[in-house]
Design a protein around this ligand. Structure first.
Ligand code: TRP
Length: 510
């Protein structure tokens, strides 16, 4: 995008934000308001956060409350649909270019984990080993190995292995994925790609061809084992840092033309580097970041020696003027990782006014980060190759679409007991419930090779929408009453069973 008009847009050194290059403007800061305006996304407001809390019955994550995830595209539409009972899936990813992750890398995954738990939806995680091979001076074999190593750190964030699919491009690439890629690719000219990504004649053609690889997972039929073969079976929500926006702007531009929904986005600010905010942290300078592999001693040293401080140069100056919170890295990092709102507020007031010294806020940060990193290391040690294989398995069993939304279905049908191990009678049960559901939805049988119960035709969605409108509780229609009675009966049955069990246990004890 070039502007020929002279005026406020023209600065000495413009900030540059692309998926591969983030550099601040002349004042050393990223102007997020300007970014939102340029990219054409929207800021997340209080009202939207409240709606999310209401429909998930969950307090918003600190990243959301504190405006660290601050921008979106059509997140409000995802929430509106969710309020009416429609589910979606989450898609995020990582380019595996380093052996271990730093704290900034954890941010989108911690947030995605919260989204998954709050909305109770499935998740796909893309590891772009191909992207890193094409852009970095790395062998493909190393990128593939790093993808698997990084996946251990990602899994250690606590994703539900039953509803989370992690894949590396070079390993997963399959027909359904490729079909989406070529369809997307055909919609984007080289000139458009140059405009969006800044490709030049020197870019290798793998790079130029890469954007459809990152775009494709925005469509559920890339994952037939999870979502079935219908490109419109589910909407997609993508949590990411705002530098990934160009990929998904492109995706949203072509969505309708290839017959899919536009993916929605929820986007974060950049995690400030230890040595001061000017975009991303540098992997080539180990003191510019704290890694999830760092020891307690390293964490303490790095923060004390390298964390950029907005405090006064001397104790007297700090006492006199207080700290400049705008540039202070310990303060910024506490905003990410200190959960207690009250405590954070108090620290901000005391440090900002000079009552608290730089050494003190640094110590608080050390005390917050050390247990967090140690916890992570413990959880990572538990991610064995077998555990990882469960996440990477592209033929998850049971291959049942509705299983991904078990809680929702339980509520609707009261039939969805937790099924594990899978005996025949359990399977019969499951199939019966599915059949009933499909009959109710007016769906027909599924094609071979796709998740059982996954919606197949676009009719299915139309039928479902009509059903939802018809069944809106306010209308008090026959079917809504019937459904309510069914839900009530199921809940009562469950409660009675629970009470009976508790009583039996009580008797045994006395
Ligand atoms: N390109 C991203 C990176 O280099 C990785 C990625 C792939 C991603 N798909 C994504 C990030 C979806 C966010 C959302 O880190």
């Amino acid at each position: 995008m070039t502007t020929t008009t002279k005026g406020e847009e023209e600065e000495e050194s413009e900030q540059v934000v692309t998926p591969w290059d983030v550099s601040a403007g002349a004042d050393g800061k990223i102007d997020y308001t300007k970014l939102v305006r340029e990219f054409g996304c929207s800021e997340i407001d209080e009202n939207l956060i409240e709606r999310i809390e209401r429909c998930t019955k969950t307090k918003a994550h600190p990243f959301l409350r504190r405006g660290l995830f601050f921008a979106h595209r059509e997140l409000d539409e995802i929430v509106s649909a969710y309020e009416k009972g429609e589910k979606f899936y989450l898609y995020t990813g990582r380019g595996p270019s380093s052996e271990s992750l730093h704290l900034g890398h954890l941010v989108p995954f911690q947030f995605t984990k919260w989204l998954q738990d709050a909305f109770k939806v499935p998740l796909v995680i893309q590891l772009t080993d191909d992207e890193k091979f094409l852009w970095k001076d790395l062998q493909l074999e190393d990128c593939r190995r790093l993808a698997r190593e990084n996946a251990k750190d990602i899994a250690a964030c606590g994703f539900n292995p039953e509803t989370t699919f992690i894949f590396a491009d070079a390993s997963y690439m399959c027909s359904s994925f490729y079909v989406n890629m070529v369809k997307i690719a055909k919609c984007v000219t080289f000139n458009q790609a140059k405009g969006i990504f800044g490709f030049t004649g020197d870019s290798n053609i793998g790079q130029i061809g890469f954007p459809p690889v990152q775009a494709a997972p925005s469509f559920p039929d890339c994952f037939p084992h999870m979502f079935g073969m219908n490109k419109k079976s589910l909407k997609c929500l993508i949590p990411c840092a705002i530098d990934q926006d160009p990929y998904f702007r492109m995706t949203r531009d072509v969505s309708h033309r290839i017959g899919g929904y536009k993916p929605a986005l929820v986007e974060s600010r950049f995690f400030p580097a230890l040595k001061g905010e000017s975009g991303k942290m540098s992997a080539s300078d180990p003191t510019s970041a704290i890694y999830v592999t760092d020891t307690a001693k390293e964490i303490k040293n790095k923060i004390n020696k390298h964390a950029f401080s907005g405090g006064g140069a001397t104790i007297e100056e700090q006492r006199e003027n207080g700290a400049n919170l705008e540039v202070d890295v310990p303060w910024k990092w506490l905003n990410f990782f200190l959960e207690d709102d009250e405590k954070l507020k108090e620290i901000g007031e005391k440090y900002g006014s000079g009552e608290m010294l730089t050494g003190e806020i640094k110590q608080i940060l050390v005390d917050v980060l050390t247990p967090m990193v140690e916890e992570h290391q413990k959880r990572r040690a538990l991610v064995t190759d077998e555990v990882l294989d469960v996440y990477f398995n592209p033929t998850k069993t049971p291959k049942v679409f509705l299983d991904l939304f078990r809680e929702y279905e339980e509520k609707e049908f009261g039939k969805w007991e937790k099924k594990k191990g899978g005996g025949d009678s359990e399977n019969d049960d499951l199939c019966a419930a599915l059949e009933e559901k499909m009959k109710l939805e007016g769906a027909t049988e599924n094609e071979e090779g796709c998740a059982i119960g996954a919606p197949k035709s676009e009719d299915w969605l139309r039928i479902r929408k009509e059903r939802m409108q018809r069944d809106a509780p306010t209308e008090g229609s026959k079917s809504a009453l019937k459904k309510a009675a069914k839900i009530k009966a199921a809940a009562e049955k469950k409660a009675a069973e629970k009470a009976a069990k508790a009583a039996a246990r009580g008797e045994a004890a006395t």
